[in-house]
Write a protein that binds this ligand. Structure first.
Ligand SMILES: Nc1ncnc2c1ncn2[C@@H]1O[C@H](COP(=O)(O)OP(=O)(O)OP(=O)(O)O)[C@@H](O)[C@H]1O
Length: 696
């Protein structure tokens, strides 16, 4: 046993090892087998799960992809929330032709205030090391030493007159404390029907602005995204007050959204007294945000909006617990002339696709093909429709019931629409800001030294009409040197993704500023371009820029800017010439005292000669010398005469220039008047240098 045991010990050691090895291998094998089986099972489960059909509600989709709608981070979300509410407010007031009066308040809510609001008791930190912003004593010591060294170097640099760098901001490694804001926007617009409020504001992709019309809003998403963001960041509902014109009650609604079902979840919906007969809407959301990073974007947005909407009055307030951060800015109304209300229009045949044709057929009240073509599209008259039907082939006739058309027949119609020639859509349905308003907005917000504006006539891309309005200003308040580009689409300021935009690219690359006597680096140049259309071809996900690839738009922007530059050039040339004249006059005047003294000295010497060295031929000379001797003519006399002469020459030159340039150099364009009939209640006198609006 022992031997065995001994042997066993010797060989048994190996044996044991072997056994152990083999058993461990077996165990491993088993484990591996189990592991394989487990991973196989989990792979199967994943495969099963990934083949499981799931659906997502639009609300869920946008909650997961909120950057698509401009809610990339808390700072941008604060900006976009404010922007969506302001644009809804403007759309609403303009839709009832009411001069917009809009109040925006962003109120900072401290964490403890926020906790109180939601009924959460404040808690002090106990275990500091748990937190992201924790700094050990050693790390703190190291940081302070580094900061002290930096300050020492900067002090030395300052003493040596070298450039002093700003201390780098202390950067926490974590996400930092969240900041909360109550955003309120109140308007004097149309308001919303009591029963529609929950669906308008609690169901993603619902709104009243669908259809072919120039509006700021389009998707039925903006306000709901603000609500989704508030739900994601604070969990708080949105509050709406609204009253329509003539309504004796105010609708009050507090709601949030059921993200999974994409339906409103109403907390309270009631009618309240409306003593003041107020009409409009007031929306309020509490969201996470970042004022520090997006303050300047928000203020820029407001200023740019004030430029393009001088008929609106905005009161912007930022409120917080620290009074030095508080802000109140009033953007005053400067005109009560509003652009006409944009009209709903019909589709242009060259701008429809198969799906749209099918939808139009399902919605039309017209019975036959002839009526359908004639009434559901622009620019197809009865005779034109008949010719088109003839071209479609023997399967089609004017009397063909439109709802009975087969898929193939629809493809045929679509193909013909793409190939046939149609007149361009007219652009009557558009509502540009108007040169008058654009100019007024630029002057009121920037106070420039020079300004020029131009509006293009309606043009077309892919069957959609568009109008480009442009303005260029030189000089002004709070304008930096170089190009300051203000971009607008359907009268909304575009602030992000500037680089690839058609307006930026045109201003930077396709305008030769120096040929218009404008210094692209030194001058303070404001470039304003506003594009309005029934379809703005935004690029990217955030509705923030218009691509540079639509030739029609690119060349319209270039030509509008060039027109402004031409107007400016003539003004700048005039200014330069006036300055040159002034310089010449100043230089001549500067020499007058010396010249007068020199003449006087020479004359004095000649008058003193007796007998004279040279014979005095002229009686006039004789008289002059006598006057010099009798001091009837003095140095002052010469000064006065010379000053008068310089004055006279300058006047003559100015007159000559005015006569010449008045005749030949001034850009000339016909003045034209709008008819007083129709929707125009005013007459515009248009000229390249001014627009004068006469309201009878
Ligand atoms: N201040 C308001 N006054 C009146 N109606 C409003 C107001 N705000 C929103 N609405 C109504 O609610 C609807 C939904 O607004 P929402 O901001 O979600 O989308 P939208 O403005 O239609 O489109 P977009 O997403 O492009 O901004 C609007 O179409 C409008 O009918």
């Amino acid at each position: 046993m022992d031997d065995d045991a001994g042997d066993g010990a010797a060989s048994g050691g190996t044996k044991r090892k072997v056994t152990a090895a083999s058993s461990s291998a077996a165990a491993k094998g088993k484990a591996a087998g189990k592991g394989k089986a487990a991973s196989k099972a989990s792979a199967l489960a994943t495969a099963k799960e990934s083949s499981l059909l799931k659906q997502k509600s639009p609300a869920e989709f946008f909650a997961e992809n909120k950057n698509i709608a401009g809610f990339d981070n808390p700072g941008k979300s604060l900006y976009t929330t404010m922007r969506e509410l302001v644009e809804n407010a403007l759309d609403s007031a303009e839709s009832i032709s009411e001069l917009p009066d809009i109040e925006i308040i962003i109120e900072e809510i401290t964490k403890s205030k926020f906790n109180t609001m939601i009924g959460l008791v404040d808690r002090q930190r106990i275990d500091e090391e748990l937190y992201d912003d924790f700094e050990s004593a050693k790390a703190r010591e190291k940081r302070l030493a580094k900061e002290a060294r930096f300050q020492e170097t900067q002090a030395k640099n300052a003493a040596l007159g070298k450039k002093v760098k700003e201390a780098p901001a202390a950067r926490g490694k974590g996400r930092g404390e969240a900041a909360f804001f109550r955003v309120t926007c109140k308007d004097n617009g149309r308001g919303m029907p009591h029963d529609d409020i929950p669906n308008m504001l609690g169901r993603v992709l619902s709104g009243t602005k669908y259809g072919l019309r120039q509006t700021r809003g389009k998707f039925g998403l903006g306000a709901k995204m603000a609500l989704i963001w508030s739900k994601m960041s604070t969990g708080l509902p949105i509050e709406i007050k609204s009253s329509m014109k003539g309504q004796n009650f105010i609708s009050f609604c507090r709601l949030d959204i059921d993200i999974h079902k994409n339906v409103p979840h109403v907390h309270l919906h009631e009618k309240r007294e409306n003593k003041d007969r107020w009409h409009g809407a007031e929306l309020q959301v509490i969201i996470e945000g970042n004022w520090t990073t997006h303050r300047s974007k928000i203020l820029h947005y407001m200023r740019q909006m004030a430029v393009i909407t001088p008929y609106a009055q905005f009161l912007f307030r930022f409120l917080s617990d620290s009074p030095d951060k508080n802000l109140t800015i009033q953007f005053a109304r400067r005109t009560d002339v509003m652009p006409p209300i944009p009209l709903q229009t019909k589709h242009h045949p060259s701008a429809v696709d198969l799906l749209l044709i099918k939808r139009l057929i399902s919605e039309t009240t017209k019975q036959n093909l002839l009526q359908f073509l004639q009434h559901e599209f622009v620019n197809i008259s009865k005779s034109h429709a008949e010719r088109l039907i003839g071209e479609m082939g023997p399967d089609f006739s004017a009397k063909t019931t439109v709802k009975s058309l087969t898929s193939q027949q629809l493809v045929r119609i679509h193909q013909l629409f793409r190939q046939a020639k149609f007149d361009d859509p007219s652009g009557n349905c558009l509502s540009p800001a108007g040169e008058y308003n654009l100019r007024l907005g630029i002057i009121k917000e920037l106070h420039p030294d020079l300004v020029a504006t131009h509006a293009s006539s309606p043009q077309v891309f892919e069957g959609h009409p568009f109008i480009v309005e442009a303005g260029i200003s030189i000089g002004g308040k709070d304008v930096k040197h170089g190009l300051n580009i203000f971009r607008y689409a359907n009268r909304i300021p575009l602030l992000f993704e500037q680089g690839a935009d058609v307006i930026t690219r045109t201003a930077l690359k396709r305008i030769n500023w120096s040929s218009y006597k404008i210094n692209q680096q030194q001058d303070k140049i404001g470039v304003f371009v506003s594009i309005v259309s029934t379809k703005i071809p935004f690029k990217g996900t955030g509705k923030e820029y218009i691509g540079d690839d639509i030739t029609e738009i690119a060349s319209a922007v270039q030509s509008a800017l060039k027109q402004c530059c031409l107007q400016l050039k003539s003004k700048i040339v005039k200014k330069l010439q006036a300055r040159e004249r002034q310089d010449r006059k100043r230089n001549l005047n500067r020499y007058i005292p010396d010249v007068a003294r020199a003449i006087m000295e020479t004359l004095g010497e000649i008058a003193d000669e007796s007998p004279p060295k040279r014979p005095r031929y002229d009686k006039e000379d004789e008289e002059l010398l006598e006057k010099v001797n009798s001091e009837e003519v003095t140095e002052m006399t010469f000064r006065d005469c010379l000053t008068q002469h310089v004055e006279q020459v300058d006047y003559e030159m100015a007159l000559e220039y005015a006569m010449q340039s008045g005749v030949s150099e001034e850009p000339r364009e016909a003045l034209y008047l709008n008819s007083l009939e129709g929707s125009y209640k005013f007459i515009d006198f248009q000229s390249p240098v001014f627009v004068f609006r006469f309201i009878p």
